[in-house]
Ligand binder design. Structure first.
Ligand code: ADP
Ligand code: ZN
Length: 438
């Protein structure tokens, strides 16, 4: 029965078939979207009709949709069905101003649920698994999204929600949790709790898969998670605007995240010119929903940066593969005139085995010049080292960082547990420069 989540017909559909399906669904989407006030206006101003969609190239006739558009459409400007057909809403955190609201019909929830179940099945999750969901429930989509998917697949779901670390560890042991859904930075933080409780996550638990996502993390961080937990850590990408987690997901070949192209059209565009980029070039991910009813979105600019890997995956799925997310366009820091993404710093740091799992980038200004300080928590092993050795390590780290970011940062080692760490998405940058944002 769970085999229904291995949809060979769709997952193995060759490219041409997939594109024909996308074209058909795009036409339907334009039709549906035209019922929402925002698109009704945009389409009528630009003379767009569903009949014009004859092939995927016609996508380029359609306007982009931005986060700002969603905000200005608050609350119902994008609603394409009668309110009575809406069964749920979610909202993204909306750090500034109005939140972004996403409405779902019954069909939307079913589609999303099946997609998540497909992702989990692909990663190897089965109905015999015990699935501990450590993501926040409520408006955040990580909780309910994976919950519904795992439950529909038939696993036993433990709806823990975020935080309460000791309880998380206790439940992992008491219920023999085999799969957990967890924010990557929190999974590393949780190791301290395992340690304090004298439990080795690798030897003393039944964990075998960790579904990690919701924030950028490097391959090095994945390696650390896999090593410490003795699991396959599978990367899951999604965003509330596109329903939530499960937009793209890794297969066990670990060479990119299959973006489900039967449900979305994936474009990578140059964020400045908005011209589509070929596979292999990094740009902004732009997504068009193909199955959504309550709130179809067209050419939505996610602000997330990644590339699509050229070629096909050896698993046989034709759905294109996204690289790891480099960050959001608004995560880019301009330091001493150089563009830096926090993930670049992480990649360098995590290669050093001695370095602990948490770090923070501090920016301030000294006179006219920007200054970047990287604070790194020491691992227990590092703390037992002599001064000279630490100094040598600091020099090596500075040297590697300079190789990556092209200027010389300051590096400070701090005691374990002293940097901010929560149960949600990690805070990686504090920008104290005048006009800087945190
Ligand atoms: P918010 O915008 O409030 O953070 P979301 O929960 O919708 O709300 O967050 C979605 C965003 O999280 C994505 O746009 C992306 O920036 C980030 N994200 C989600 N999954 C991943 C992942 N696997 N790797 C990197 N970043 C991710
Ligand atoms: Zn694959």
């Amino acid at each position: 029965m769970e085999d229904r989540f291995w949809d060979r017909k769709i997952e193995l559909l060759p490219r041409e078939g997939l594109e024909a399906l996308q074209t058909e669904r795009l036409r339907e989407t334009v039709q549906k979207a035209g019922r929402a006030p925002f698109y009704r206006k945009a389409f009528s101003q630009q003379g767009i009709t569903p009949e014009q969609i004859k092939g995927l190239d016609d996508l380029r006739r359609l306007p982009f949709t931005t986060k700002q558009d969603l905000r200005s459409g608050f609350p119902d400007g994008f609603l394409a069905v009668d309110r009575s057909d809406v069964v749920r809403m979610h909202a993204s955190s909306g750090t500034t101003g109005r939140p972004i609201v996403v409405y779902h019909s019954r069909g939307d929830i079913r589609q999303w649920t099946d997609r998540v179940a497909r992702c989990l099945y692909m990663a190897g999750v089965r109905r015999s698994d015990v699935f501990q969901n450590m993501m926040g429930y409520g408006l955040f989509t990580g909780g309910l999204g994976l919950h519904y998917g795992a439950e529909t697949l038939g696993a036993m779901v433990i709806p823990m929600g975020a935080g309460n670390s000791r309880r998380q560890v206790r439940f992992i042991q008491q219920f023999g949790t085999t799969v957990a859904h967890i924010i990557p930075s929190y999974s590393l933080k949780l190791l301290e709790t395992f340690d304090a409780m004298g439990i080795d996550p690798k030897k003393d638990t039944r964990l075998r898969i960790l579904v990690v996502g919701a924030e950028p993390h490097s391959e090095e961080v994945r390696n650390r998670i896999e090593e410490a937990y003795g699991v396959f850590a599978v990367n899951c990408y999604g965003l509330s605007e596109m329903s939530g987690p499960g937009v793209a997901f890794e297969c066990p070949r670990k060479n990119g995240l299959h973006a489900w192209e039967d449900s979305y059209i994936l474009e990578i565009v140059d964020p400045d010119t908005l011209e589509p980029l070929p596979d292999g070039e990094t740009g902004e991910i732009v997504l068009t929903t193909l199955r959504r009813e309550a709130m179809p979105l067209i050419r939505y600019r996610t602000r997330d940066l990644a590339m699509a890997h050229p070629g096909t995956c050896s698993c046989g799925r034709a759905h294109r593969r996204l690289s790891r997310i480099k960050g959001r366009t608004d995560d880019m820091l301009i330091i001493k005139g150089v563009n830096v993404y926090p993930i670049q710093v992480e990649q360098v740091l995590m290669v050093f085995e001695e370095v602990g799992n948490n770090y923070l980038i501090l920016l301030d200004r000294e006179g006219p010049a920007d200054r970047m300080t990287v604070r790194i928590e020491m691992s227990p092993e590092m703390r037992s080292r002599g001064r000279g050795e630490l100094e040598a390590l600091r020099k090596k780290i500075i040297h590697s960082l300079r190789g990556e970011i092209l200027f010389t940062p300051k590096v400070d080692f701090v005691e374990p547990g002293t940097l901010p760490a929560g149960e949600g998405k990690a805070l990686r940058v504090i920008d104290n420069r005048p006009g800087g944002e945190t």
